[in-house]
Design a protein. Structure first.
Length: 394
């Protein structure tokens, strides 16, 4: 049996997979079982921000694995403390809680908002979330996800969740009240189709959250860790959330999630109120420390910004050449979305045949999220492959 057949036979079919299984990665390239080479413009869905088999990350996790992997949070964990220091030192954060995924981080953030309302004796427990958002697959996180297809047939969802329109502050004003305990929002909607929040919208949201004494949660699971050209996307907007959730790229592929809190919110979760067996263990946080040390470097981030601008420029050129295939282009840094007028699914399949890994999300939006370590020459190669694939289709 080959890998595809084994998956078919033994793995629950919760994914539609491409008939490819990779066996090796190196920088921005992946290699399949037949030795075919692919340029990776997906990075494991914005996870491998430092590329595949990054030497510094490898060295760190190999050494950590040889020394100590897990002891539980009944004891102190040096790389966990160090990672918390790095995250708070480079953000608005005061304290950090570690978990294992994005959904779990959002789950904890929602619990925190509810608990804040409880301790403050607020009048209600409502959470405001946004249409077209994505926050994960656990019950609370899928309950605040504003896309029906993810929660259909799983109801009843978490109660007291209200949805407003993204980038529409009036729709928030209509539903916010003394009963609101939290607002959860992505600074750039990722799965929803790479839709950046407008500055005015987030600033007004910040004001409303303060006026109603409600916890403003930024889900930076996809936008965080340098993806947008700043370490965290909120830093583009000149405001700060109360709570920020992280995951995807924080461990460059080692599972890890985090809840970052400001001073107002950092003492709400007390011993016994929230926990995780694996959360913040030696292996994942050692990886996180190395990731943060590399990506928080201003030179590195400047480079991401430059390469993001370069990629966008190239896509804009492509759009001018092929206006019948591409319309709008949006995003920040190396998180670029392109509205397609052609069938995205067949574009992805044809690109794979040519050795280019791309992804379509939010209906028919081409999402380009390559490793942040990508070189301009590799962007050129990817764009050429994309161009010839589009031409084949149109
Ligand atoms: C991927 C993602 C999640 C879910 O993360 P998991 O690790 O899959 O649970 C949550 N929020 C956003 C914005 C994401 O992109």
């Amino acid at each position: 049996m080959n890998t595809c057949e084994m998956t078919e036979n033994y793995v629950m079919k919760t994914y539609n997979r491409y008939p490819i299984s990779f066996i090796k990665g190196e920088g921005c390239y992946l290699y399949d079982e037949n030795g075919k080479k692919y340029l990776d413009f997906l990075a494991g869905i914005a996870v491998c921000n430092l590329g595949h088999s990054n030497e510094e990350i490898l060295k760190t996790i190999c050494e950590q694995a040889k020394t100590l992997i897990h002891t539980s949070n009944l004891f102190h964990i040096k790389p966990q403390a160090k990672l918390a220091q790095l995250i708070t030192g480079n953000s608005f954060g005061d304290k950090v809680f570690f978990c294992n995924s994005g959904a779990e981080a959002n789950e904890g953030a929602i619990k925190l908002a509810r608990r804040y309302a409880f301790e403050k004796g607020k009048k209600g427990y409502e959470i405001i979330a946004f249409k077209n958002s994505f926050h994960g697959r656990t019950f609370a996180s899928v309950s605040v996800t504003g896309q029906g297809k993810y929660n259909e047939g799983f109801g009843p969802m978490l109660s007291e969740v209200k949805f407003a329109k993204f980038n529409n502050i009036d729709s928030v004003k209509e539903i916010i009240s003394e009963k609101t305990c939290g607002i959860i929002v992505e600074p750039i909607q990722g799965e929803g189709g790479i839709i950046p929040a407008k500055e005015h919208f987030l600033k007004e949201l910040r004001k409303l959250a303060t006026d109603f004494d409600t916890i403003l949660i930024f889900d930076e699971v996809q936008t965080g860790i340098g993806r947008t050209g700043k370490l965290f996307a909120y830093q583009h907007y000149g405001i700060k959330p109360d709570v920020m959730t992280l995951a995807k790229a924080l461990g460059n592929g080692i599972p890890i999630g985090a809840i970052v809190t400001n001073e107002k919110t950092s003492t709400i979760l007390k011993p016994g109120l929230h926990a995780s067996t694996f959360g913040g263990n030696f292996l994942s946080t050692a990886a996180g420390v190395k990731v943060m040390e590399i990506i928080s470097n201003p030179e590195f981030l400047k480079n991401v910004e430059e390469k993001g601008a370069y990629l966008k420029e190239k896509i804009e050129k492509l759009q001018k050449e092929l206006p019948e295939a591409i319309s709008e282009i949006r995003g920040k840094g190396l998180m670029v979305g392109t509205v397609l007028k052609i069938n995205g699914k067949s574009l992805v399949q044809k690109a794979l045949k040519k050795g280019l890994i791309i992804n379509v999300t939010g209906g028919n939006i081409l999402r380009l999220v390559p490793p942040l370590t990508i070189e301009k020459e590799e962007i050129d190669i990817g764009i050429e492959l994309l161009k010839s694939t589009i031409k084949e289709i149109s």
